[in-house]
Design a protein around this ligand. Structure first.
Ligand SMILES: *Cc1c(COP(=O)(O)O)cnc(C)c1O
Length: 487
């Protein structure tokens, strides 16, 4: 069966197997170190997986940011980059790609996604403003609060259910949006923010029907829509899979329609189309001019925005590749495989499977660890000890403290295992699943963590923790008694 140039392959006997429609031509050697060295490495890294050195890591599933595999076409495009401070042809190729894929007229390059958040927040958010959104992202919230705004998450209640069959857990709840407008007044709401494939709640998409409904409310009150498009390719792919009206639409048409509903679209190209860079797009000259002058101030001249021209070329090619289903379905289909297999083993994971990674529910996995002892952080450290695989804590460590210095407990305690596009193989994925199963069967051995060094802003990046007992050594002992001298 042909779909928009992509061939849909159906297996006869093993329907769950994700099939790669690419081949590997450049490889990087990996190391799997013995369990005692893994314990030493996580100690040295302050039980924070951000502080590990990749020489100690087997599968690096920390993030999809800047780690997707590049295509041969992206790499070769970098060779004809045009080095120029101003007016580089590379920039104009990128501008054309963005205009074509997003359908927007104006484009501003920035060095990465959070730089776009800085500029949008500085220009549009005043002290006392309220910004409704489906869910926050860490850097988004930090920039909005720095400019005096308050983030209000108005997701549908289903969004935080671990086990669900809801196809669009990233939807905005229209009633909550209306009551927020009534409570604060539209003049306090500069924009409503949609995040594509909502990162922190499991890569969950929103539907186009939902976006249209929210736009009709926003339009009635003159509130702008800002779309965080960092993971828009996957969200568009889920729309095609799960929203019947779009089953026969092309990904490009879906992307165009999503962007036509937003006033401002911004993205991190570290996820979307390359390994660096970002951008802000709009249909409106007025909005463009409001943001434009901050680009040379914070990023660089308008035709490079802090990005190297080689990366700009790769971004442009990546934009076109994002419309290819065999490219954008690669990460979600591996995520779906891992989620289904873990679910079958009785391991608590977020369902339905979303974009960018498999999300293990740490409170379900480690019910004996109180949230104040950071179960998701403990699970990330324990999985590293058990497998050499690095995931990311997305729970209370990634949250902040309130004015009294108490932890604001996160809605969910998740261990995110990212599947960067076209990076890992199926057998590596099966190894990961096998070690998670071992850890699940030995979960009583895992204990909590506490901070020993805690930075005041974005503490999850640089903070150092320690275990509340000698549980890492006990876990390693059990590993050695079960696996012998095997890694
Ligand atoms: C990664 C990400 C950002 C920030 O982008 P950077 O390039 O890391 O600065 C913003 N929003 C979302 C949804 C992201 O996933």
């Amino acid at each position: 069966m042909k779909q928009n140039g992509a061939t849909k392959v159906t297996f006869y006997h093993s329907p769950q197997i994700p099939l790669e429609l690419h081949k590997v031509r450049i490889v990087q050697k990996l190391h799997l170190k013995p369990v005692d060295e893994r314990v030493e490495a996580i100690k040295k890294g302050g039980f924070n997986t951000f502080l590990l050195n990749t020489e100690d890591i087997f599968l690096d599933m920390l993030t999809d940011s800047g780690t997707n595999a590049m295509s041969d076409n992206q790499l070769s495009s970098m060779m004809h980059a045009d080095d120029a401070y101003a007016g580089s042809q590379s920039y104009y190729r990128l501008e054309k790609a963005v205009q074509e894929i997003f359908g927007t007229r104006y484009f501003l390059p920035v060095h990465q996604g959070r730089a776009a958040e800085n500029i949008i927040s500085q220009v549009f958010i005043k002290k006392g403003d309220v910004i409704p959104m489906n869910y926050h992202f860490t850097t988004t919230k930090a920039h909005m609060e720095l400019n005096g705004g308050a983030v209000h998450e108005i997701f549908a209640d289903e969004a935080l259910k671990i086990k669900s069959t809801h196809p669009f857990k990233g939807n905005i709840d229209a009633e909550k949006f209306n009551s927020l407008i009534n409570q604060y007044g539209a003049e306090k709401i500069p924009f409503v923010r949609f995040e594509a494939s909502t990162n922190l709640i499991g890569g969950q998409p929103f539907s186009l029907a939902n976006m249209k409904m929210v736009k009709s409310i926003a339009d009635a009150h003159n509130i702008m829509i800002v779309l965080d498009a960092s993971l828009i390719g996957e969200n568009a792919w889920f729309i095609k899979q799960r929203e019947p009206e779009y089953a026969n639409a092309t990904i490009k048409d879906i992307l165009n329609e999503m962007c036509s509903l937003a006033d401002i679209i911004y993205f991190s190209s570290r996820k979307l189309s390359s390994t660096r860079g970002g951008g802000i797009c709009t249909h409106s000259k007025d909005l463009y001019l409001k943001m434009r002058d901050l680009i040379p101030l914070y990023e660089g001249f308008l035709t490079y925005g802090g990005i190297s021209v080689r990366e700009i070329e790769a971004m442009a090619v990546g934009f076109y590749e994002t419309t290819d289903e065999t490219v954008i379905n690669q990460s979600p289909s591996f995520v779906a495989y891992a989620v289904d297999e873990l679910d079958k083993l009785g391991i608590p994971v977020i369902t339905p499977a979303g974009a960018l990674g498999c999300h293990v529910d740490a409170m379900g996995f480690l019910p004996h660890i109180p949230q104040a002892e950071y179960p998701a952080g403990a699970l990330a450290a324990a999985l590293f000890i058990a497998s050499g695989c690095r995931g990311m804590e997305r729970g209370t460590i990634s949250s902040v403290r309130d004015e009294n210095g108490d932890d604001l407990l996160a809605d969910m305690e998740l261990l995110r295992l990212a599947f960067p596009r076209r990076v890992f193989t199926l057998s590596q994925t099966m190894f990961l699943i096998d070690r998670i199963k071992w850890l699940f069967d030995n979960r009583d051995l895992v204990g909590g963590l506490r901070f020993v060094e805690e930075p005041p802003v974005l503490r999850f990046f640089m903070g150092r923790l320690e275990p509340v007992s000698d549980w890492p050594e006990k876990l390693a002992e059990k590993f050695k008694s079960d696996f012998g001298d095997s890694l």
